[in-house]
Each structure stands twice: as structure tokens, then as C-alpha cells.
Design a protein around this ligand. Structure first.
Ligand code: CP
Length: 320
């Protein structure tokens, strides 16, 4: 794998899952693979899980790791070409990315959307320029539109916990929030689940109130409904997540009651397991009774971030 920014960078999803679960069994089996190789992790936004799991994954593979909190410790970056830099920006992404590429064999990048200009965010302007100028393989730590390491960890979690007959019914369920959040996690989850559905691994449904429809490019083949209870009927997995509107870009629209998942809503499901990428706002986005109860997979899922990152770095190191 030369870079990891979407599910489309993965040639064989089943092999990637197998690698992740093999590494989970034996985390230190490939300590020589990353010897004398350096991973640089560049954050323009906060992180707990992505930062720690990716560092640990690299250490397990014998790599050196450097972390750059660009938003707090780096120079203010200019991303536009042809501007006279007489304002607040100090360094152009052309030089900054190229210099980081001199020090690292693989770079990881986190850069959230601004949620102001849809075209700019969905063009992945910052990510594309960083990849172009750094000159080394890049792993996404979450971009404006996708969070593939999270989605891979989610798929690993479903694969290893599913003990039922046939394919599980997986539901992505919109949940309330007070802030405008990016569509990156639900886009990415939908994209990975649609691919898993194509490969015969899951049946996939999305439930959201009117106005919160995701960009259709990320949802090919998904069943889509505005009725949460209909979607939850017979569900085996419920992936809870808030996102802001794609159509009325970046807006929190008026949202209806009854979209926060609680134990009562689980009654029509197949004793569904509940997932969330975290961080989660308790009793706003997801009820405490679910988070603290037997149906919650959120900690297990966060644990699998490590094996997702390790499997991806393994395949990238093999291509260096
Ligand atoms: N789920 C996730 O990406 O968590 P962090 O933002 O804490 O890395």
C-alpha cells in the first residue's frame, strides 16, 4: 500500500482484516520491519485515540515516531499559491511538507474541514497539497471528508464480534449534538460498509433526519431511511454518530426528538451492539445507560484502532 487515505487505497480488504487480527494475536512479530524507519505524525487538530494508537502501532513494528502538533507548535501555514505572504501565515505548505518528507519515511496527517466552503473541503485541498509536496507515503489520521483508520477499526470490531448466522445488519444512526461536526466519520464508515456489503460481509442501512443526507458518493448500495425505528428493527450493530448537514453545508439544522439511542430503542433490535468512534457527549449524543451497559462496544472498538493502524503501517512498510 503506497498511501492510505480512503478504502479505495486498499486492494484486498479481507487481507487487511486478516493482517490486523494476526497482529492483534502477536503484536511484536514484525519488530524488524520498521527498524530504522521513521513515522511522522502531523496534527492540525486535537486527538486522543488516533495519536496514541498510531504511535503504539509504529512502535510495535520497530519504527521511530515523531509527533508534530502543527496547530500549536508549528508555523502558521499558507496553502494558497500565488499569494504575497504579508499576512499571518509564515510558511508555505510547499516547503513545510517537503521538509517533513526529508525527515520521515511515512507521514500521517490530521486536518479537519473548515465547514464553510463545501467545495474546498470536499476537494481535500490541504491533504492533496500535503501529499503532493511531502514526497513520501501518507496515512490519513482524518481528513476533511474521511477517517479511514477509524473505519477499518470499526470493520475489524464487527468482524471479530459477529457470531450470528449470515451477514449482520449494520445501521449508521445519526444522533444529536450541539456543535456542527464534520461528515468525515460517517462518510468513511458508510464508504467502508458499502464496500463490505459489496463483498458480502454486511447489510448496511443509514438512518438520519431529513436534511442530513450524506454525499451520495459515499453511500452506493446503502439502504437509506428517515425512520430510526424502522432502521433499528432487527439491527445487529448500531453505529451512532452526529454529523452536520451536507446539503446546507456545515449547518446544525433543527433536529427532531427521539434520535438519542437508549435501552428502550434497543428493544426492536437483535440485541444490537452499539458503536461510536469517540469522543462522545454522554446523554446528548448517546445515553449513559448504553455506554455503561452490556451492549456497548466503544472501548473494544477504540482498542482496535491499534490493530488497524498496525496493519496499515505494515502494508506501507512492505512497499517502501
Ligand atoms: N476517534 C478518533 O479519531 O478519536 P480522536 O479524535 O481522539 O483521535
Amino acid at each position: 500500500m503506497n498511501q492510505f487515505t480512503t478504502v479505495h487505497d486498499v486492494t484486498d480488504i479481507k487481507q487487511l482484516l486478516k493482517d490486523a487480527l494476526t497482529l492483534k494475536e502477536n503484536p511484536y512479530s514484525l519488530q524488524d520491519l520498521g527498524k530504522n524507519k521513521t513515522l511522522g505524525l502531523v496534527f492540525l487538530n486535537p486527538s486522543l485515540r488516533t495519536r496514541l494508537s498510531t504511535q503504539k502501532a509504529a512502535l510495535n513494528l520497530g519504527m521511530n515516531v515523531m509527533v508534530m502538533n502543527m496547530d500549536k507548535e508549528g508555523w502558521a501555514l499558507e496553502t494558497q499559491d500565488g499569494v504575497v505572504m504579508n499576512g499571518s501565515t509564515v510558511e508555505h505548505i510547499r516547503e513545510a511538507a517537503a521538509v517533513m518528507g526529508q525527515y520521515c519515511d511515512i507521514l500521517g496527517l490530521r486536518s479537519f474541514p473548515k465547514l464553510i466552503n463545501r467545495e474546498e473541503d470536499y476537494n481535500e485541498d490541504f491533504f492533496s497539497k500535503f501529499i503532493k509536496y511531502c514526497g513520501v507515503p501518507v496515512v490519513s489520521l482524518e481528513s476533511a471528508t474521511r477517517h479511514p483508520l477509524q473505519s477499518l477499526a470499526d470493520l475489524i470490531t464487527i468482524k471479530e464480534t459477529w457470531k450470528g448466522e449470515g451477514k449482520p445488519k449494520v445501521v449508521l444512526a445519526w444522533a444529536p449534538h450541539i456543535k456542527a461536526l464534520p461528515q468525515a466519520v460517517p462518510n468513511s464508515f458508510a464508504e467502508w460498509m458499502c464496500k463490505a456489503q459489496e463483498d458480502g460481509m454486511v447489510d448496511f442501512t443509514i438512518a438520519q433526519p431529513k436534511g442530513y443526507e450524506l454525499n451520495e458518493d459515499f453511500t452506493p448500495g446503502a439502504s437509506i431511511t428517515h425512520d430510526l425505528n424502522e432502521a433499528l428493527n432487527g439491527a445487529d450493530y448500531i453505529y451512532v454518530k452526529n454529523w452536520s448537514s451536507y446539503k446546507e453545508y456545515g449547518k446544525v439544522l433543527t433536529y427532531p426528538d427521539g434520535w438519542m439511542l437508549n435501552n428502550d430503542k434497543l428493544k426492536g433490535t437483535n440485541d444490537a451492539k452499539v458503536m461510536h468512534c469517540l469522543p462522545v457527549r454522554r446523554d446528548l449524543e448517546l445515553s449513559s445507560e448504553i455506554l455503561d451497559g452490556p451492549n456497548s462496544l466503544v472501548i473494544h472498538e477504540a482498542g482496535n484502532r491499534l490493530w488497524a493502524a498496525q496493519a496499515v503501517l505494515k502494508q506501507m512498510l512492505e512497499k517502501l
